[in-house]
Write a protein that binds this ligand. Sequence first.
Ligand code: E4P
Length: 215
Amino acid sequence: MQFFLDTANIDQISEVRDLGLLDGVTTNPTLLSREGGDWRDQAARICALVDGPVSLEVIATSAEGMIKEAKDLISFGENVVVKIPMIPEGLKALRKLTDQGIRTNVTLVFSPAQALLAGKLGAAYVSPFVGRLDGLSQNGMEVVSQIRTIYDNYGFETRILVASVRHPMHVLDAAMIGADVATVPYATLMQLMHHPLTDKGLAAFLADWKKFQGE
Ligand code: E4P
């Protein structure tokens, strides 16, 4: 499974890249706005830093506007994937962008039916938002599982990008289901690697070695 980082923060991206765990990055208007400054500069820096796909989202809500913005967004780098919202105008834009060979990530997906449409229209990625579904007492991972079945049934190449990840169990469940990618906030990625028994075990090994060496 690939790990994308769900952030627009350069320090977080650099750190995860240095860990060797960075397969890509997803941004959205909220994440970019949190960083402040000129979003174009920020997007360009992210694209240059990341050796993998970087999702940048359109703001337009008409197909025509989305296509125009997509053309601008892809100028930030060869690794740009254009994020398109799962609305009827988004689907219109998606078909045209697919035909033009522009890679897309259909975002704000909350049902397997929506994912079926995105897959049929050739999206490169589909982003089911599991945390937001769980927050409404719906089962986000069940949706991911249904999407996996549908895509396997028809041999769709659209990659399932599990989004709105809230905790390590979301990542593990996504891996068990066979999702292609999880886009993970920085804090959750850090949680994945820590275990108190690892820290305790290492401290004991080092203490025993120190004693053995007569220090
Ligand atoms: C995915 O691409 C989105 O940026 C993100 O996962 C949204 O999640 P949120 O529910 O934490 O805003």
